[in-house]
Structure formats: structure tokens, C-alpha cells
Design a protein around this ligand. Structure first.
Ligand code: CU
Length: 222
């Protein structure tokens, strides 16, 4: 009966991992690294929690065994430390791997303001092209987003393409994202910035051909 319930619940549980704003449904290499790190952290947390529960059960059931040194040092200390060091190492590796570098990656600008965005990329003629609702990026290659703000602190986030980074007035932060293939992705402001915060949603359009010949006009946005 338990097995039947588990099988019946599986689609619902797995479906929760997908969606336009899910970090667990990556649309490119950077987001995939972050998703794997998340699963690794979840596995580590589950292992440590299980260990604590086992030690708790031993402590209540057989006090002598729970007090034995090899349980306390071997599992209680070294096991937990190994898991935490592993997760920390993986976090550093993922962060270092996806940090923006001066490697010729395409750069586009994201300018936040209460309450909206202004995105700028270089057009086919080399002139800057600005769009207030859509961020245009090339598909299949890393892209660095140069993020800043005009007024208060906002935060740029496209969960399916990469990490999250604050937009700070007077400062230009750089975030690397990547879309594996052409398509449309959802983004949002991830830092509460006032009454219109919830409306600071935007689209990311990943293009096969870059620069895009004719970006769609802003007024077509939903
Ligand atoms: Cu906001």
C-alpha cells in the first residue's frame, strides 16, 4: 500500500521541480551547476538529519552505546564535518566556475528603477538597443549581465538561467548567465524595493542569431 502511494505521489512531487521560475528546472549550464549544488546540499542535510535521528534513538534506547566514543567522534563529529566540508567545497567550485571573467563573453546591461527594468544590448549595427521589458541574450554561450540601479537596491534574478545578484545604485555588478538554447525565460526583482516590487517581472529572450536583427517592440509585451 505504501509503495502504491509513493508511485501515485511521484508525479506531483516531481512536477513541483519544473516551472518558469524554478531553479530546479535549469535552462543552461550555470543554472544546472546551481541546481546540482542545491541537490547536493539537500542530500547532505538529509544525511546529517538521519544521523542525528539515529543517535537520538540510540541515546534513548541504549544509553551505553550512545555514549561510546566512536559514535560521538566518528559519526557525530567527523561524519558531519565531512558532509559540511564536501558541500562547502562544492559551493566554492560552482561559484568559481561561473564567476564572470574577461573571456570575451557577450555583455548586456540591466538597469533597475522603481519599478521596472531597462535592458540594453548592442544591435546589429553596433548601436545600443534598449528594451524596458525584455532582456535579449544570445543562446548557447555565456553572457555577462552588467547590473545597476537608479534609486534603491533591487535584485536581478532569472532562476532558470543563473544566480541572483543585487542591483546597487552607483555600482555595476556582473552576473554570468547562460541559456542552452533559444527560447523565453522569466525573470524578476528578488529584493523588496517598494510598493511596485511585485510588478518588476521581465522576460529574457535567448536568440539563436546574435545580435538579433529586429528585437520585438516593448509595447507588444503582455
Ligand atoms: Cu524589487
Amino acid at each position: 500500500m505504501t509503495r502504491r502511494w509513493a508511485i501515485a505521489a511521484a508525479p506531483a512531487v516531481l512536477a513541483a521541480c519544473s516551472g518558469p521560475l524554478s531553479t530546479l528546472d535549469p535552462g543552461g549550464d550555470v543554472a544546472r551547476d546551481i541546481a546540482r549544488l542545491w541537490w547536493g546540499m539537500l542530500a547532505g542535510a538529509v544525511l546529517i538529519t538521519a544521523l542525528v535521528l539515529v543517535l537520538l534513538a540510540l541515546g534513548f534506547g541504549r544509553p551505553r552505546a550512545a555514549l561510546h566514543r566512536h559514535w560521538i567522534y566518528g559519526l557525530g563529529l567527523w561524519f558531519s564535518m565531512a558532509v559540511l566540508v564536501g558541500v562547502l567545497g562544492a559551493g566554492l567550485w560552482v561559484g568559481e566556475r561561473n564567476v564572470p571573467r574577461d573571456d570575451g563573453a557577450v555583455r548586456v546591461r540591466a538597469h533597475a528603477v522603481q519599478w521596472g527594468w531597462r535592458f540594453t544590448h548592442d544591435g546589429a549595427d553596433g548601436q545600443p538597443v534598449t528594451d524596458t521589458r525584455r532582456l535579449h541574450i544570445p543562446a548557447g554561450q555565456p553572457v555577462d549581465i552588467l547590473i545597476t540601479s537608479q534609486d534603491v537596491i533591487h535584485s536581478f534574478w532569472v532562476p532558470r538561467l543563473g544566480g541572483k545578484l543585487d542591483a546597487i545604485p552607483g555600482r555595476e555588478n556582473r552576473l554570468r548567465v547562460q541559456a542552452a538554447r533559444a527560447g523565453r525565460f522569466d525573470g524578476l526583482c528578488a529584493e523588496f524595493c517598494g510598493a511596485g516590487h511585485a510588478a518588476m517581472r521581465f522576460e529574457v529572450i535567448a536568440h539563436e542569431d546574435w545580435p538579433p536583427a529586429a528585437p520585438e517592440p516593448t509595447q507588444d509585451s503582455p
